[in-house]
Design a protein around this ligand. Structure first.
Ligand SMILES: C[S@@+](CC[C@H](N)C(=O)[O-])C[C@H]1O[C@@H](n2cnc3c(N)ncnc32)[C@H](O)[C@@H]1O
Length: 224
């Protein structure tokens, strides 16, 4: 957003109750348009939360640039507010792991076809080792089906999924790699204090089961 001096759009898929746009805006970092998409009921609740407690005191006029859309993403992307010429960053945090791969493929292909887009995802993966199997079993017992994890189990699969959808530049890294090699010491210390990590062995085991991916549709959004 800083690269584009705010002249860009961010679309968060399966936004849940994430307050990121408000937190960024509090720090005076905001795009021209921010769109949060989730199922209708969640989007309505989110609207209420954002409109009252969260936004109040954080920023002055969230409605001018922030949009909540209630929409089932299994139908593909809805029509998005903002100019299609704006470079657009899509964020999907813990969404694709719950969706059947055919729906994820459809959404990714739609994004890749748009004018100037890139996507960052964060999801569970690596379900086939001992820890991964327990993770899947435990979540299943809680009624959560992880078709997206089973359908895209390795980092290579995660990258392939982006390439097949039409992204020209792709990357996938597990969170241990990101934590160990791509986060500066200060940020690591802050994170460690916040989550009180005292069992490093368990933490390391967990974070090799989460990954971030990146895709750019080749129009140079992230290649400034
Ligand atoms: C685990 S939550 C993650 C929320 C948020 N991204 C975060 O990281 O805090 C997954 C979100 O995806 C939403 N979701 C799942 N399937 C969806 C669908 N088909 N269409 C729209 N949203 C969906 C859920 O309602 C939920 O809010």
């Amino acid at each position: 957003m800083q690269c584009f001096d705010g002249q860009c759009r961010v679309v968060c898929l399966g936004a849940g109750y994430d307050t990121l746009p408000m937190r960024l805006a509090r720090d005076r970092v905001k795009p021209e348009v921010w769109v949060d998409i989730d199922m209708s009921q969640n989007a309505e609740e989110r609207e209420g939360l954002m409109g009252t407690t969260l936004a109040r005191g954080f920023i002055d006029t969230p409605v001018q640039w922030h949009f909540n859309i209630g929409h089932d993403l299994r139908k593909g992307l809805p029509e998005l507010p903002g100019s299609p010429d704006l470079p657009t960053l899509f964020i999907a945090e813990c969404l694709f792991m719950y969706l059947e791969p055919k729906y994820t493929g459809l959404i990714l292909a739609q994004i890749a076809m748009m004018r100037r887009t890139c996507i960052v995802t964060y999801d569970a993966f690596n379900p086939n080792d001992g820890f991964g199997k327990i993770m899947i079993r435990n979540l299943k017992q809680r009624g959560l089906s992880l078709e997206g994890v089973l359908g895209c189990p390795t980092l290579e699969d995660q990258r392939d999924r982006l390439s097949k959808a039409g992204f020209k530049v792709t990357a996938a890294r597990d969170c241990k790699d990101l934590f160990d090699n791509h986060i500066d010491k200060e940020a690591k210390e802050t994170a460690s204090r916040k989550v009180m990590i005292d069992e490093w062995e368990q933490f390391n085991m967990l974070i090799v089961h989460y990954c971030c991916t990146f895709g750019d549709n080749g129009t140079g959004v992230m290649l400034l």
